[in-house]
Design a protein around this ligand. Structure first.
Ligand code: NAI
Length: 254
């Protein structure tokens, strides 16, 4: 796969789970990484792990719901490393689980704020920087298999992830001639702290039920999502833009 030496990547939600693994994979392939997250301690630990392996990384405390914060995140990439080649807009939350007629409107809005508005805020800042560079860049947004189908009790999450796919397609159209490709990954259920917080991985019956929804009859790993992200930003995917790539073990095959 393409070497990423001398490139610069931002990973939001880079302190944990899929984002952490993707930050580590970017660094293994030679990119300098900006780890952007609310969680400072987790993010510093990722930076230390990258540096211990001989890579370069910096942590920037970022709240993706705040446009000033995402702008500062991009400024950090440019100030520290001179440019921005890749961004993985991955920060997200599971949100409150409740049917539409029961959920508090502010709880519904909170998940949309992080999972949809957050992706917009990131792209708003990233695209300006990438468009100002001669050789553009590549963005991957983390949607979900729930960006393509519904899931009971998760209307805010599902609506936000469907929205991320709409944003991704529109950004791809708007950037056809700027040299910036924009794609999304749509993971199935991946074993991360998010699933633990949602009570899925620590409840054997629920876990089994969720596993069986995937043709491969298991949960996915963060490494499997990271590999898809790295392919999407690579030159091997040079004719791929506006795509919503499933990394979902056959969840939608039935
Ligand atoms: P995680 O909980 O392990 O990591 C999420 C990270 O995002 C955390 O480090 C958290 O501090 C950060 N974050 C949350 N709100 C933030 C904000 N406002 N600003 C900046 N950072 C913020 O979760 P996981 O599973 O790694 O999820 C990452 C992404 O993958 C999310 O967008 C999630 O919706 C998506 N996803 C996860 C799946 C799963 O089964 N775990 C399946 C499909 C998609």
């Amino acid at each position: 796969m393409t070497s990423l030496s001398n490139t610069v990547a931002i990973v939001t939600g880079g302190s944990s789970g899929i984002g952490k693994e993707t930050a580590l994979t970017f660094a293994e392939r030679g990119a300098r990484v900006v780890v952007a997250d609310l969680d400072k301690e987790g993010g510093q630990a990722v930076v230390e792990e990258i540096e211990a392996a001989g890579g370069q990384a910096v942590f920037t405390e970022t709240d993706v719901t705040d446009p000033d914060s995402t702008e500062a995140m991009v400024e950090t990439a440019v100030e520290e490393f001179g440019r921005l080649d890749y961004a993985f807009n991955n920060a997200g939350i599971g949100g409150t689980q409740a049917p539409i007629h029961e959920i508090e409107p502010e709880d519904w809005a909170a998940v949309v704020d992080v999972n949809l508005q957050g992706v917009f805020n990131c792209m708003h800042a990233e695209l300006q920087q990438m468009q100002s560079q001669e050789d553009g860049g590549a963005i991957v947004n983390n949607a979900s298999v729930l960006g393509k189908v519904g899931f009971e009790g998760a209307s805010g999450y599902v609506a936000a992830k469907h929205g991320v796919l709409g944003l991704t397609k529109t950004a791809a159209l708007e950037n056809g001639e700027t040299g910036v490709r924009i794609n999304a990954v749509c993971p199935g259920f991946i074993e991360t702290p998010l699933l633990e917080a949602g009570g899925i991985t620590n409840d054997p019956d629920l876990r089994k039920m969720i596993e069986e929804r995937h043709a491969l009859n298991r949960l996915g790993t963060s490494e499997e999502v990271a590999d898809a992200v790295l392919w999407l930003v690579s030159d091997e995917a040079s004719f791929v833009t506006g795509e919503a790539l499933g990394v979902e073990g056959g969840y939608l095959s039935q």
